[in-house]
Design a protein. Structure first.
Length: 196
């Protein structure tokens, strides 16, 4: 089975604000072009299942893929954005002044955002969902999500410690191919970009 892990396309707050679950931003014009480019990449693929985070930026990306693949896009909470708690909606330059933010970025395996979700909890919910998909009688699936959930999944299947999260970069509109069999899991393609 192939599972394509797709990060949503670009939006206007990208790189400036930690949107998290607090700001349900949609795609900007560049992001819409990226989403169409991703969709074109899948237009001639047989896709059995298309699931997405419930966030608008992910749903808009998935909608374009769904049109190209003739698949219904199903929102799934397991693919939702990381719950960044009290940090959601803050600008990154503000977060840089917070000592807890620095701890989060140095000790991702044990730190927790204030009133938020640990990386371990995030990884558990995403991997449990992917493992449930593994048991389905399908050949290929697309999961549209966000940087942190995709990063958490890749780190699990590559055996990378959570504290080493910076080894795994997940760019906007990138595609990561996870190949699953009954006995093996392998990331076969990593950070492939659809050119808009």
């Amino acid at each position: 089975m192939r599972i394509y892990l797709v990060r949503h396309a670009s939006h206007s707050l990208l790189g400036h604000v930690l949107c998290g679950r607090a700001i349900d931003v949609g795609l900007n014009p560049e992001g819409r072009r990226q989403a169409c480019a991703i969709a074109d990449c899948f237009a001639h693929e047989r896709i059995d299942l298309l699931q997405t985070s419930p966030r608008r930026r992910a749903r808009q990306t998935a909608r374009e893929i769904g049109i190209a693949t003739e698949c219904f896009s199903e929102p799934v909470s397991a693919l939702d954005e990381h719950d960044s708690g009290d940090w959601a909606g803050l600008r990154f330059h503000t977060l840089a002044q917070d000592p807890d933010w620095r701890v989060w970025n140095e000790q991702r395996g044990s730190a927790r955002p204030p009133r938020g979700e640990t990386m371990r909890d995030l990884q558990q919910r995403v991997v449990e969902h992917l493992e449930a998909i593994r048991s389905e009688p399908i050949a290929s699936a697309i999961m549209v999500s966000h940087a942190e959930p995709i990063r958490a999944a890749i780190m699990h299947y590559r055996g990378i410690a959570l504290d080493d999260f910076q080894q795994v970069q997940v760019e906007p509109a990138s595609v990561h191919v996870l190949h699953l069999t009954s006995t093996n899991a392998e990331i076969r393609s990593f950070n492939t970009m659809a050119m808009a």
